[in-house]
Design a protein around this ligand. Sequence first.
Ligand SMILES: NC(=O)c1ccc[n+]([C@@H]2O[C@H](COP(=O)([O-])OP(=O)(O)OC[C@H]3O[C@@H](n4cnc5c(N)ncnc54)[C@H](OP(=O)(O)O)[C@@H]3O)[C@@H](O)[C@H]2O)c1
Length: 278
Amino acid sequence: MTASVTLNDGTTIPQLGFGTFQVPPEETAATVGEALAAGYRHIDTAQGYQNEQGVGQALAASGIPRDEIYVTSKLTNSMHERDDALRSFDETMDKLALDRLDLFLIHWPLPTKYDGDFVSTWKVMLELLESGRVTSVGVSNFQPDHLRQIIDATGVAPVVNQIEAHPFFRNDVARAASHEHAIAVEAWGPLAKGEAVKDATIQEIASSLGRQPSQVTLRWHIQRGDIVFPKSMHRERMEENLQIFDFELSDEQMARIDALDQGEAGRQGPNPDTFDRV
Ligand SMILES: NC(=O)c1ccc[n+]([C@@H]2O[C@H](COP(=O)([O-])OP(=O)(O)OC[C@H]3O[C@@H](n4cnc5c(N)ncnc54)[C@H](OP(=O)(O)O)[C@@H]3O)[C@@H](O)[C@H]2O)c1
């Protein structure tokens, strides 16, 4: 039902998953349970979302074999120092009730915090990798220069860079820099927080194909080769967002969506060069 992407460490990740940002902690077990029942087998959470415990409860309750589900979490901004990072990783594993995590990411580079030292944090991620408790490690919101610094210092490239990307902000500069290092791109906010479904061009393409605007938007990401995990609190939308592997966009339709890019003006989230909330 869903395609997978091979990462630079030889592992594979489902190209489509379920996002959990702003899924309230008390509703997470039920919501992620619905997503698993709908067919999702890749869940994206983070320490900062405060809902890892609910994700863990849903995974346990689902009865789905561990090796059939891909789970990602992220190191939160206040935990970049070695001891904090190691301790918070232990807490993540307790909350998720897992022996092994599939993917752990540095959530934000925070170049204006910790004396600009995200290289040391990347080295802690490599230590965690070495421990065998996480299968793959990556980064999120890393700009081209941030990627270069951690790779120059360690010789090890992240498997993914999870960055904001959607039709209004293609973020092709950070995407190209990731690809240069064989780093797969995960596009966060793939529906532009729901705004993409209201766009006239996307709606027109959707009606010409007899599909939903959300499906057209997600299909555009898939054909660009990116990994996506739309979030929804609604079962019918969860199902709709899964049905994107039984149709294709033409080159012309892809180009029309490409043309919606507004560059920096289309960015919805913080700029990683200046974001400093710890
Ligand atoms: N690394 C980072 O810094 C970072 C930052 C942000 C997000 N993320 C990750 O990326 C995931 C996805 O991003 P996101 O949650 O910010 O935004 P998103 O997936 O682009 O959009 C979610 C919004 O779209 C609505 N929606 C979902 N499916 C829809 C459909 N079929 N039709 C109409 N509306 C629909 C949802 O509403 P309902 O819930 O009401 O259905 C919600 O308001 C997150 O959940 C998180 O896992 C990572």
